[in-house]
Design a protein around this ligand. Structure first.
Ligand SMILES: Nc1ncnc2c1ncn2[C@@H]1O[C@H](COP(=O)(O)OP(=O)(O)OP(=O)(O)O)[C@@H](O)[C@H]1O
Ligand SMILES: [Mg+2]
Length: 225
C-alpha cells in the first residue's frame, strides 16, 4: 500500500530580525485510502505543513518520502517529476481561474500535464463533478457560483487526475453548517471511492471527528488529538 511520510520536518520563517519556528521536528505518515485531520489555532502551521508535504514549500530540515523514495532529497528532482501524478491540492483560498468555466478549471490540470487524452479526461471530469453534485455547473464561471459550489470545484480539480494523495486546506472554511457537512461527507466518500489518502487542515472539529486520525499542531509539535 502506498505511503506518504513526513520525517523530522522543521520550518522557521524569518521576517526582518524576527524568527518564528512553525514546525519543530514533525513526523507522521499516511497510507493510501486513509484520512488525516490537522487541527490547531490560526497561525499554528497547518498550511505550512500541507505545502511542505506537497513540495510547494521547502522545509529547513527533514524529508518527505513516497514509499521509499525521498521526494525532497537535494540532489533529485523527484518532487518536480512526481508531484503532478502523486498529489492533488485544494488551496485554502481556492484559486479558481475567473476566465475559465468549471469544466475548463478542472481540465487545466490535464493541460498543464500535457495530457491530450481529451475524451478520457472529459469523462473523468464529468464523473467527478457528478460525484460532487455539480455536473450541472460545468459551463458556469466561478463568479456565478456560491462559496460552497466553488469549494466543490476546487476539490474536483484536486482529484480529476487520480492522485494518490489529496491535501485539502480548510475545505469547509467560510461555509455554513449545512454546506460544511455536505463537503465533509463528499470528500470522505471521494477518498474511499478512489482509494485516495487525504490530509485535511481544518478548524472544523465535526469534520476532524469523521477522519481516521487527527493531529494537532501546537507550539511547533504535532500531537495525536
Ligand atoms: N511565507 C511566509 N513568510 C513568513 N511567515 C510566514 C509565511 N507563511 C506563513 N508564515 C507564518 O507562519 C505561521 C504559520 O502559518 P500557517 O499559514 O501555516 O498557519 P495556519 O495554521 O495554516 O493558519 P490558519 O488557520 O489561519 O490558516 C504564521 O505565524 C504565519 O504568519
Ligand atoms: Mg492555513
Amino acid at each position: 500500500m502506498n505511503k506518504l511520510t513526513a520525517s523530522n520536518i522543521s520550518k522557521t520563517y524569518q521576517s526582518g530580525d524576527h524568527q518564528t519556528e512553525v514546525l519543530s521536528n514533525i513526523s507522521f505518515s499516511i497510507s493510501e485510502g486513509n484520512s488525516i485531520g490537522i487541527i490547531g489555532y490560526s497561525g499554528s502551521g497547518k498550511t505550512t505543513l500541507l505545502q511542505i508535504l506537497a513540495g510547494l514549500e521547502t522545509p529547513d530540515q527533514g524529508d518527505i518520502f513516497f514509499n521509499e523514495i525521498n521526494l525532497s532529497s537535494n540532489n533529485s528532482n523527484n518532487f518536480n517529476s512526481m508531484r503532478g501524478n502523486l498529489f492533488g491540492y485544494a488551496y485554502q483560498f481556492h484559486y479558481l481561474l475567473d476566465d475559465l468555466t468549471v469544466f475548463e478549471n478542472c481540465n487545466l490540470v490535464f493541460k498543464i500535464a500535457n495530457n491530450n487524452k481529451v475524451n478520457e479526461n472529459s469523462k473523468r471530469i464529468i464523473q467527478i463533478l457528478d460525484e460532487l453534485g455539480i455536473a450541472s455547473l460545468q459551463e458556469k464561471y466561478p463568479y456565478m457560483l456560491s462559496g460552497g459550489e466553488r469549494q466543490r470545484v476546487a476539490i474536483a480539480r484536486a482529484v480529476v487526475h487520480e492522485p494518490k494523495f489529496v491535501l485539502m486546506d480548510e475545505p469547509t472554511g467560510n461555509l455554513d453548517h449545512e454546506n460544511a457537512e455536505v463537503i465533509q461527507n463528499l470528500t470522505i466518500k471521494l477518498a474511499q471511492n478512489h482509494n485516495i489518502g487525504i490530509v485535511v487542515a481544518t478548524h472544523d472539529l465535526n469534520y476532524a471527528d469523521k477522519l481516521d486520525a487527527v493531529f494537532r499542531i501546537e507550539n511547533g509539535d504535532l500531537k495525536s488529538a
